[in-house]
Design a protein around this ligand. Structure first.
Ligand code: ADP
Length: 630
């Protein structure tokens, strides 16, 4: 099982009775619509059962005149005495029942769909908000697609269950109960025969759903494969043509299309068997009711069927046995979708209830201003609880100091600064800002004073202005311009046709890596934080950007505590102090000159960068080569 599955399972396991939780959370705010929808569903089902009942009475009392015209619950004095009067009353009752049922159906649809829409909206926004407060480890463990799937598919699954299946389910139950009650009241012996249709239809529908579901799964997967192949081939058409692969590619598309056709055909075969089966079951119930009821009517009872039966009651029974078919055939689908909705609810509620969020673990000290003193005391950390990444690091940084962090790739430089931002919490030891344990500071307040330029700067779809002023309210064009200048980005921004308003495209695709990096630096400068972390990109950065950053580090880091994670040692040459990390431990520390003099790891790294490989000790070369092979 992959890591991500484990962690999503983790979400699931935390969740006890997710549906109950959702009803408690979201049912209350939508209670009035829910009750209205429920009442209208019951009312509609009850109203639609009236015509068959009244028609049965009318048949006996008006057309055959074998009994007087009476209606249950209605005093006889209220009924018209004449046959025509009774006839028109029957017409009135039947048409009014349909009319009011239609109206109830409208209100039901309005109320329940409203609930479904409101709940899905609230659920999605709540889940999104909770997701944002998750520890970074959550995002390491769960793939983007999986998190998206909770926010999209799972929420939609619940929505469609609420707006469709819940109604169907209530209708199935109410219709069956109302028909059962009336038929038992009219002739309980015959009712036993007619009502066997309910479990029979339910079972058939359930079985159908069980068998068709995996087939729908194959249809979905084969259509996915077919689409992927088509997309791939259209994208790669130049390669296909240049290699003369049109024939084989056409065969591959034909194979994928064929797979889809077979999967679909198999699903269709199940489906076309299902509806005749339903008709057969209904026919058996219907025919059985007619044969048995007719015989009871003609004989006025026989064997176990001791109760007499009127022609009208028989008609009522026949009409009811037809009415059972429609809702019951959805039974399997409702059950099935309930299972899907339940699984979706488990994942959603798992996310909503996740207790392990860093944000919730803070006692929330607010820091109005920060001088920038940073202290790591015996800090140890590992991502997975096994491999130690930061190993008992102690480091004290004075306000305003510029610290270069260097060391081999994977030494833990980035991780050390992530702990400061509380993207992760240390396993042991304490990190402090201005003497406050960072775990005692409100996370948001802490991050307000922090600026971070990551190795892979992320730009949001939007203009350059939006991206640079991200998270900063009340800024001016002048401030943006200054920040861009300090980051060495002003020149290329003014060269763009739309300047600050240039839309950078979804992933900042319209800009080069170096340009993106410079915009990210400008973004951090504009925020003007007391603590700044610059994680120099290993790739992407062109020489020009490197130069700009180098030249500006002094200016950028002025008046603030700055950590510069450098892969190019020249970037940190002028830092107040350079810390050399190796395997999560601080192995050297001092100024550039002092470290060169010490002739240790830093001096070796420096010689690599200035190209003086001859002067490197053999042990260093061996170590580097073998770790690169890992
Ligand atoms: P550096 O910045 O010195 O190159 P990092 O701090 O990025 O090193 O990484 C240190 C080690 O931690 C590496 O071995 C890396 O594979 C591991 N690591 C980094 N990020 C994660 C993560 N999110 N989950 C698990 N391991 C990680």
């Amino acid at each position: 099982m992959s890591n991500s599955e484990e962690s999503l399972d983790g979400l699931r396991n935390r969740t006890d009775r997710p549906m109950r939780y959702l009803v408690a959370q979201y049912g209350r705010t939508n209670l009035s619509s829910l009750v209205l929808g429920g009442v209208m569903t019951v009312l509609g089902a009850a109203l639609l059962s009236i015509p068959a009942f009244v028609l049965g009475i009318a048949l006996d009392a008006i057309f055959r005149q074998t009994r007087p015209f009476t209606l249950p619950l209605v005093p006889n004095a209220w009924l018209p005495g004449s046959v025509m009067g009774n006839f028109w009353l029957t017409v009135g009752i039947v048409s009014t029942s349909f009319l009011v049922a239609a109206f109830a159906g409208y209100i039901r649809g309005w109320a329940l769909n409203r609930v479904a829409q409101d709940v899905q909206h609230e659920l999605r926004t709540d889940t999104y908000e909770q997701m944002q407060t998750q520890r970074m480890a959550f995002f390491d463990d769960n793939k983007t697609g999986e998190i998206m799937s909770i926010l999209n598919n799972d929420v939609n699954q619940l929505e469609s269950f609420l707006s469709q299946d819940l109604q169907s389910g209530v209708r199935i139950v109410v219709t069956s109960l109302v028909i059962a009650a009336i038929t038992v009241y009219l002739h309980w012996q015959l009712a036993l025969v007619t009502l066997t249709m309910v479990p029979a239809l339910g079972y058939a529908s359930y079985k159908f759903q069980q068998s068709i579901e995996p087939k729908y799964g194959s249809v979905r997967s084969s259509v996915g494969k077919l689409n992927a192949r088509l997309e791939n081939n259209i994208g790669g058409i130049a390669v296909i043509k240049s290699f003369g692969q049109e024939g084989p590619e056409a065969d591959r598309v034909a194979d994928a299309s064929n797979e889809y056709r077979s999967a679909n055909w198999s699903a269709i075969l199940s489906r076309i068997k299902f509806f005749p089966t339903l008709v057969l079951i209904t026919a058996v119930g219907y025919g059985g009711t007619f044969a048995l009821g007719g015989y009871v009517f003609l004989q006025q009872g026989f064997g176990l069927f001791t109760l007499g039966l009127s022609a009208g009651t028989l008609v009522t029974f026949l009409l009811y046995s037809r009415r059972l078919m429609y809702p019951m055939r959805q039974f399997g689908q409702v059950l099935n979708n309930y299972q899907y909705a339940y699984a979706a609810a488990e994942r959603i509620v798992g996310l909503l209830q996740d207790p392990d969020r860093i944000e919730d673990r803070t006692t929330g000290k607010q820091l109005a201003r920060v001088d920038g003193g940073v202290e790591y005391e015996d800090v140890t950390f590992s991502y997975d609880g096994e491999e130690t990444i930061i190993d008992d690091v102690s480091l004290s940084v004075a306000p305003g100091e510029t610290v270069g962090l260097v060391g081999p790739t994977g030494a833990g430089k980035t991780t050390l600064t992530k702990l400061l931002m509380r993207l992760y919490d240390a396993d042991e030891g304490t990190a402090r800002v201005d003497g406050h344990d960072i775990r005692d500071i409100d996370v948001r307040s802490l991050r307000d004073h922090l600026g971070y330029v990551s190795q892979e700067p992320f730009l949001f779809g939007g203009s350059i202005r939006d991206n640079v002023s991200y998270g900063v309210t009340d800024t001016t064009d002048d401030a943006i311009k200054t920040a861009l200048k300090q980051a060495g980005a002003w020149e290329f921004v003014t060269d763009l046709e739309n300047g600050l308003e240039t839309v950078v495209g979804e992933r900042g695709v319209k800009l080069s890596g170096g340009q993106r990096q410079r915009l990210a630096i400008a973004r951090a400068i504009l925020k003007d934080p007391a603590l700044l972390v610059l994680d120099e990109a290993t790739s992407h950065v062109d020489n020009e950007t490197e130069l700009v950053v180098q030249r500006n580090v002094t200016e950028i880091s002025d008046h603030r505590t700055t950590f510069v994670i450098a892969h190019r040692l020249s970037t940190v040459r002028n830092a107040d102090r350079i810390i050399v990390l190796e395997d999560g431990q601080i192995v050297e520390s001092g100024t550039h000159e002092a470290l060169l003099e010490d002739d240790g790891l830093y001096a070796d790294l420096w010689r690599v960068q200035v190209g003086d490989i001859e002067a490197l000790p053999e042990t260093f070369v061996q170590q580097t080569v073998s770790s690169a092979d890992d």
